[in-house]
Design a protein around this ligand. Structure first.
Ligand SMILES: Nc1nc2c(ncn2[C@@H]2O[C@H](COP(=O)(O)OP(=O)(O)O)[C@@H](O)[C@H]2O)c(=O)[nH]1
Ligand SMILES: [Mg+2]
Length: 304
């Protein structure tokens, strides 16, 4: 059974629209709007937020009806953590392991790993596939995951999370199962850094959010625009496509907002999330991908 979400916009030609902000700094831009001239990226609010604890796996398993669910995990050199992530989902959420029958398949996309990622993931209960274009980056791995699965609802989670629990998956799927007008669910969380309670998410704070503030302000309420923990109906992912590399998360967010409207995006509070924190030098390629995704979709800025 397919979810019923439909695009509200055909992402028509650029229209002129004034970005918010002080009038002396306002710029006139062309923006993605619906064909009738209504800007679909509008009305951000605190609505559409859910705590993960609202969703019970057994209740969701019953409520999903005939819809099927795939959980996809891109993983490159994650042997240290992928096993716990997979085992936690398989044991708690798949019927075959005696858990809630919420998740029908768990697939890890491994490419380019030089460690035992594939072996560990398989041993923990995942089906392991390789990326269609090895070394194509995270977005390519997610595209491969989509092609290798067939669930009506697809949840993505990262493999490097060290405090993973099944609530990541129930939280992401809950809003989609409850409300089939939703096109995307993004996880958000507190991000500790090196023992401090906050401070993680440097690319998010220093690149993604400023770029969103300037170019896509209607998405300013999205707490974690780069979260790998995200879920959507398959139809939405196929319609929007998945961009290359680390651009994939921001690109999907912008494209879903453009096609389905900001109100079709829900956020779920997943609590605290701890993952591998990369050294600063490794963040530049990520930040570059983010900027590329934003600029490729940016409204055309023209002088008044
Ligand atoms: N298969 C595959 N997975 C990838 C690739 N790049 C990143 N990942 C996975 O995507 C997830 C998020 O990547 P990570 O580097 O932690 O991104 P960050 O959390 O945004 O810093 C992790 O599970 C990675 O192993 C890739 O090229 N191929
Ligand atoms: Mg990570």
């Amino acid at each position: 059974m397919q979810p019923s979400v439909e695009p509200t916009s055909s992402v028509g030609p650029a229209r002129r629209q004034v970005l918010g902000g002080p009038s002396d700094r306002a710029v006139t831009v062309g923006a993605r709007v619906s064909d009738d001239g209504t800007m679909p990226i509008a009305s951000p609010s605190g609505e559409g937020r859910y705590p993960h604890a609202r969703f019970d796996p057994d209740v969701l398993a019953r409520s999903k009806g005939e819809r099927t669910v795939s959980v996809c995990i891109p993983a490159r050199n994650e042997a240290a953590t992928v096993g716990t992530v997979v085992a936690s989902i398989v044991s708690a959420l798949t019927a075959a392991s005696g858990g809630a029958g919420l998740v029908d398949e768990v697939v890890v996309v491994d490419d380019g790993s030089v460690d035992r990622t594939a072996e560990v993931a398989r041993h923990a209960g995942a089906r392991v596939v390789t990326s269609d274009a090895p070394h194509g980056g995270k977005g390519q791995a997610m595209r491969s995951a989509l092609a290798a699965t067939d669930g009506d609802l697809v949840a993505f989670v990262d493999a490097d999370v060290t405090n993973f629990g099944p609530h990541f998956v129930t939280g992401l799927l809950g809003p989609l199962i409850e409300d089939d007008s939703l096109a995307l669910v993004k996880g958000y969380y507190r991000r500790p850094l090196q023992g401090a309670p906050d401070g993680g998410g440097r690319v998010t704070e220093l690149m993604a959010k400023p770029v969103i503030d300037l170019l896509f302000p209607a998405l300013g309420t999205i707490e974690q625009p780069l979260a790998g923990e995200t879920a959507a109906p398959r139809t939405v992912l196929e319609k929007c496509g998945l961009a290359d590399g680390y651009a994939v998360e921001l690109a999907l967010l912008i494209d879903v907002a453009g096609l389905y409207g900001v109100s079709s995006i829900a956020q779920v509070d997943l609590g605290v999330r701890i993952h591998r924190n990369r050294p600063l030098a490794e963040l530049r390629p990520q930040a570059t991908d983010i900027l590329r995704a934003a600029l490729a979709r940016a409204p055309l800025v023209t002088p008044d």
